[in-house]
Design a protein around this ligand. Structure first.
Ligand code: PMP
Length: 402
């Protein structure tokens, strides 16, 4: 018999299973609201024009070859990424107490961060929001964190942030616990703390001596302004925290499959830089030796060339404003239909996702009777909506709720 005979089959990953079910569905009315990727108003993926242009120029550049990158990645990329998140005038950058290491997109940044925190700082406790992007648990569990906790975040009844629950739960965290904070556009709820609420969170993190780890997967994509979307991170840095930021360029550059990411490290002083950098180098070396260049070259060229950077800013504006328009239309249509419940949370939320508040049986009706695919928790990707399907979706939600 085979050595593999007793390997148990693992559970399906919900979001990918739904996308497959959507593909297999023969209905002409079908709508996919489950994927975590941008779609245009005709439901297509979008290659940002500035990205296409940059790809072509890189492909024709005789000076570029396919030698290995350094273990910690393309220097012009990690510097630009660090500057994008901390701000060009960041004191931490000027004082040389911040640096970046290239990673396999945001997921890879989280994994490298978790490995470092466990191996070098012996931190083994992590807190993530309830709900959160489900991979947070898996990444920290797989790398060996033994104490994995969630903190309350979402008040399902009021359909808003449960700040009191969040603070009460973090109050129980031991010193040195890692707290994962979504920098902006919280996945899956779309609900971010206000500036005032961030101050209260920072006070607690400081008093309890927790380690803040920001997950920044949507910078610029949320509000349309990269500076505005980085407010919370910069606030923590200004207050003097040592922290990590895990950056993804999947959404804001539309570079999903190219795996361009960065782990930004902020320290109290540059004196610890070489120790940290050398340990991160060894972690990357043991996992995949060195990162892919393609996406990093594109991001680097765009961010480091003023005209291209401006074009990119225009594209993130247009993506984020299309999403905001869909939020408004969906809310207005549900209100016009007299759909029971309140729907203002849809416009108060930000970023790609909305936690609709639909329950599991309503979700099941939408999938089965209306061919509208969304996560069991009621999370929808706003980008799956467009002017061609929004009436249909609003009427279906109304029917499922009524
Ligand atoms: N964090 C959050 C909250 C996310 O939503 C995502 C993307 N779904 C990621 C991290 C990482 O994505 P990637 O590895 O594709 O950059």
């Amino acid at each position: 018999s085979s050595i593999f005979a007793n390997v148990p089959k693992g559970p399906a990953i919900e979001v990918f299973a739904l996308t497959q079910a959507f593909k297999d569905d023969a209905s002409t009315k079908k709508v996919n609201l489950s994927v975590g990727a941008y779609r245009t108003d005709v439901g297509e993926p979008w290659v940002l024009p500035v990205v296409r242009k940059t790809e072509i120029s890189i492909a024709g550049d005789e000076a570029i070859n396919h030698e290995y990158l350094p273990v910690t990645g393309l220097d012009t990329f990690t510097r630009a990424a660090t500057e994008l998140v901390l701000g060009a005038d960041s004191a931490a950058i000027k004082e040389k107490r911040a640096f970046g290491v290239q990673t396999i997109s945001g997921t890879g940044a989280l994994r490298i961060a978790a490995d470092f925190l466990l191996q070098q700082l012996k931190l083994n406790t992590v807190y993530y929001s309830n709900p959160t992007w489900e991979n947070h648990h898996k990444i920290f569990f797989d790398c060996g964190f033994t104490k994995l906790h969630s903190y309350r975040y979402w008040d399902q009844e009021k359909r808003q942030l449960d700040l009191k629950g969040m603070l009460d739960d973090l109050e129980q965290a031991p010193e040195g616990a890692v707290v994962i904070l979504h920098a902006c556009a919280h996945n899956p709820t779309g609900m971010d703390p206000t500036h005032e609420q961030w101050k209260q969170i920072a006070d607690l993190v400081e008093r309890k001596k927790l380690f803040p780890l920001f997950d920044s997967a949507y910078q610029g994509f949320a509000s349309g302004s990269p500076d505005q979307d980085a407010w919370a991170i910069r606030y923590f840095v200004d207050r003097g925290f040592e922290l990590f930021v895990c950056q993804s360029f999947a959404k804001n550059f539309g570079l999903y499959c190219e795996r361009a990411g960065n782990l930004t490290v902020v320290q109290k002083s540059g004196a610890t830089r070489d120790q940290i950098h050398s340990q991160l180098t060894l972690i990357v070396r043991g996992q995949y030796s060195n990162p892919p260049a393609y996406g990093a070259r594109i991001v680097s060229k765009v961010l480091n060339t003023p005209e291209l950077r401006k074009e990119w800013m225009d594209s993130i504006q247009s993506m984020s404003s299309r999403i905001r328009e869909m939020r408004k239309q969906l809310r207005d249509k549900l209100v016009a239909l007299g759909t029971p419940g309140t729907w203002d949370h849809i416009v108060n939320q930000i970023g790609m996702f909305s936690y609709t508040g639909l329950n599991e049986s309503q979700v099941a009706v939408l999938i089965k009777d209306y061919h509208i695919y969304l996560l069991r928790t009621g999370r929808i990707n706003m980008c799956g909506l467009n002017t061609g399907n929004i009436d249909y979706v609003a009427k279906a939600i109304n029917a499922a709720v009524t």
